[in-house]
Design a protein around this ligand. Structure first.
Ligand SMILES: [Zn+2]
Ligand SMILES: [Zn+2]
Length: 315
């Protein structure tokens, strides 16, 4: 019986994986043909624990081959390569907040992009202490950097990196391709947690970061084409936190600082976005929560298009 159940679960997982690969491939083709401003989900699992089928939080926006990366969860550089994108084209990095499922590979992304040929400026935008974090990382990696400059003739890395600390809402940057706007969202106990909006001539994309329902996010996302929103499947949280000793505290923290998937639908409806993309899924890998359960819960309050995020999906 036990064997049969686990075999059935295996077959279900295999079928889900095959479907997600097929969806990813067709969407990559469709997306790249349809939009000048491309959005690729690099990692769609919430929380720092490495998952078999979902990488940690990260998104790529690509315009004219320039790479804008939002969040740097574990594995972000490899996911960029797996998405077929060029690491040396990294131009801007945005960190929504300093939880390790969003920033663990921040420094590594810079270092590995540089080791892959990056030789041009990268601006980095995020909450304090971003400047100190950047300096510490470069110092920690000094031996490798010096060795590669000597052995491989690379340009020094540290003059290429420009960190900018964000303390409040407003326009972050405006370049020839995009305008980026930030707002503060609700992710206690983190004081500086941001959502970002990217306005390009052909489409507008909003990334929620980690947040409970936030009126500021609804205002930021007003009328956007795409809202990538973190999502929590509340009935499954008990099973998720059963693994840790302080389950009650952790459960309360998760519920206070994240958004139930039904509420994501409400937020999308109130903001009047065209498409809601569910990402940063918590739980990220509970076989009892099917794809349909995620999507149906969000559709309860939102009549636009709902997409369940998966790694390397282009939307
Ligand atoms: Zn997170
Ligand atoms: Zn967080």
């Amino acid at each position: 019986m036990r064997h049969r159940q686990s075999r059935r679960a295996f077959l279900q997982r295999s079928a889900a994986w095959a479907a997600s690969v097929a969806l990813t491939r067709s969407s990559v083709a469709a997306g790249s043909a349809a939009h000048r401003t491309r959005l690729i989900l690099l990692g769609t699992g919430g929380g720092p624990r490495p998952k078999r089928d979902r990488s940690a939080s990260a998104q790529a926006i690509v315009v004219d081959d320039y790479l804008y990366v939002i969040d740097c969860g574990d594995g972000v550089a490899r996911q960029i390569v797996r998405a077929g994108l060029a690491l040396p084209r990294l131009r801007h990095v945005f960190l929504t907040h300093h939880h390790s499922d969003h920033n663990a590979d921040y420094g590594n992304l810079l270092l590995i992009a540089w080791a892959s040929g990056l030789a041009t400026r990268v601006d980095v935008w995020g909450p304090p202490p971003l400047v100190a974090m950047t300096q510490h990382f470069l110092k920690m990696s000094d031996l490798d950097i010096r060795t590669r400059i000597a052995d491989e003739g690379r340009v020094p890395l540290s003059p290429l990196i420009e960190p900018h600390e964000l303390n409040g809402a407003g326009v972050v940057l405006k370049d020839e391709r995009l305008t980026v706007t930030a707002t503060l969202v609700r992710h206690p106990p983190i004081e500086h947690a941001f959502a970002f909006r990217f306005d390009a001539p052909d489409r507008s994309i909003v990334i929620s970061g980690d947040t409970n329902r936030a009126e500021s996010l609804i205002r930021l996302a007003r009328g956007a084409d795409v809202l990538v929103h973190e999502a929590l499947f509340v009935p499954a949280v008990d099973r998720l936190v059963a693994r840790v000793p302080n389950a009650t505290t952790l459960k309360q923290h998760i519920i206070d600082s994240h958004t139930a998937v039904e509420e994501c639908g409400r937020v999308a409806a109130e903001a009047g976005v065209k498409m809601l993309v569910l990402s940063h899924l918590v739980p990220p890998d509970d076989p009892a929560v099917t794809d349909d359960m995620w999507v149906d819960a969000a559709r309860r309050y939102f009549k636009g298009e709902v997409v369940l995020g998966s790694d390397l999906l282009e939307v």
